[in-house]
Design a protein around this ligand. Sequence first.
Ligand code: NDP
Ligand code: MG
Length: 389
Amino acid sequence: MRRVSILGATGSIGQSTIDLIARDPEVYDVVALTGAQNISQLIKDAKALRAEVAVTSDPSRLDELRDGLAGTGIEAAAGDAALIEAAARPADWVMSAIVGAAGLAPGLEALKHGTTLALANKESLVTAGTLLMSEAKRLGATVLPVDSEHSAVFQALIGEDISAVERIIITASGGAFRDRPLDALDRVTVAEASNHPNWDMGQRITIDSSSMFNKAMELIETKEFFGIDANKIETIVHPESLIHALVGFNDGALMAHVGPPDMRHAIGYALNWPDRKHVPVERLDLAAIGQLNFRAPEAARYPALAIAQKVMEEGGLTGAVFNAAKEQALDGFLAGDCRFTDMARVVNGVVDVMLSREGLQNATITLDSVNQADSMARALACEEIAKIE
Ligand code: NDP
Ligand code: MG
């Protein structure tokens, strides 16, 4: 039996992971499942998969979770310390799919028992990439990318030497507003921004796709995971979302990874790695698809991409600042406190202010320094948002 845990089990990635694991009950022994607010789903899955422990990050929901699991023998727990404790339980494979910076500490904890960490939580790499990757190396743990673009790059690099890579091209759908007139972008609503043309994902990452903050995160993730220079990482708008990434080699070859826009592919790849096993995703009918399109990303439409370049060049804690400001700006947009187009202005402003203070670029990245930079950036972002009319 393979012992597996799913951090963020009730979310979009978590549920796709459960879909794959539940098909093979003889193969997987479920250790921990975690969620936050969706207690009924957490109870249902913990019972169906006979998990050892179910954890909600919200202590005020513990009684509900405990009541739902009464008599099953499944432990119920709540709060940040319980999340860490759940992540620390020995498992062969751990899915890191909590949304936001909250996913970093549990993921780091899971590395301590030398597990294979399937990393969907992109914030871990953006805020603390060097810490996560060096800890994995030090502890003999394996980190596998689950973000579809990085899974694609990882697969294109099998058997290749990274020194032969000239460029990595990350594709972007262009999001909900790729064809919206530029002067209409400051009036788009949360409902419109929450509608992805191709992928079915959690609300926060979907809005980040509309603004291309998601792609900005992915460029930084690419640099951190593959250890490649920022100037070798490119973005191309590819409206069909069928090519997930391309790797360009020094002989001019481009290796593209093509697949349906279904996260179960990347999750299944990480689950079965280093083998390939059957994954129940759609098989593409290329003749029916007919053509694939590409266009350069417009700088004015997607200011997040230029901010990502700055973050990659500056390094250090700039990623933690960027992510925190982005999370706060997104909260502001969701709450109706700022417009869609204000998000990039707020994030850019916070990054610049924090960069003007000494030491951000050269700071040592630890969980504490990341949390500190995160809090300062959130406070600054709140101030910026409060100034918006
Ligand atoms: P969802 O919002 O669908 O799910 C997030 C999960 O995290 C849920 O289980 C949620 O619990 C839990 N959660 C929320 N807040 C907290 C918190 N403060 N502490 C602990 N747990 C919390 O997100 P997605 O599944 O879409 O995304 C998960 C991660 O994977 C993100 O980092 C995202 O960027 C990344 N990713 C997602 C992709 C996708 O296709 N969805 C693709 C590539 C990467 P509950 O629902 O019970 O409240
Ligand atoms: Mg992605």
